[in-house]
Design a protein around this ligand. Structure first.
Ligand code: AMP
Length: 190
């Protein structure tokens, strides 16, 4: 079983690369952002709790997202492997994920960390705001999402560096080049 996490700041291209990775390696895509947007669109209780937090660009509680991930994993017992996208975003989430996967006998094989300079990230986010109209792609929420990333999420990279499974990928190049680097990295760890 191949369990991988895709990591990087907002606008690094995680969503785009995730689609390509799951197709090539037959993994089950677990994006906490997508799960939350679905709950909001369906107007569930969880969705109602999450809506204003997402719109402000803040992170949801660890408990909330861990529950979403654990439920999704439990619903897919036959998965050949999971691609975690947008999760873990805090060290607490990382520790819980590690424990869940280790108990299941299938620890995380790699944290694929997509690197893109800040100015390029900002440009991409504002561009996406025009095209997709995501509720959290306005300038204020984008600024907050970067602050959340720098305050809470960057530490996840160190957590996996210490475990020796952190992989840096150059993300400031065309989509296919980024994907080629990611594929090369996956071939080494699978
Ligand atoms: P994303 O689509 O991954 O950029 O996620 C969109 C938003 O969903 C984030 O800005 C957070 O508000 C929330 N979110 C997604 N994943 C997580 C997570 N692992 N922990 C906390 N909040 C999350």
């Amino acid at each position: 079983m191949l369990n991988i996490a895709l990591f990087g700041p907002p606008g690094a291209g995680k969503g785009t690369q995730a689609k390509k990775i799951v197709e090539k390696y037959h993994l089950t895509h677990l994006s906490t952002g997508d799960m939350i947007r679905k709950e909001i669109a369906e107007g569930t209780e969880l969705g109602k709790m999450a809506e204003s937090i997402i719109q402000r660009g803040e992170l949801l509680s660890d408990e909330f997202v861990v529950k979403l991930i654990a439920n999704s994993m439990a619903q897919q017992p036959d998965a050949a492997g999971f691609l975690f996208d947008g999760f873990p975003r805090t060290v607490v989430q990382a520790e819980i994920l590690d424990q869940m996967l280790e108990e299941a006998g299938n620890p995380l094989k790699g944290l694929i960390s997509i690197q893109v300079p800040f100015e390029e990230l900002k440009r991409r986010m504002l561009e996406r705001a025009k095209i997709e109209g995501r509720a959290d792609d306005n300038e204020e929420a984008i600024a907050k999402r970067f602050r959340e990333y720098n305050d809470k999420t960057v530490h996840v990279a160190n957590h996996y560096k210490k475990k020796g499974i952190h992989i840096d990928i150059e993300g400031n190049c065309p989509v296919e080049e980024v994907f080629a680097s990611i594929s090369e990295a996956i071939e080494k760890i699978r």
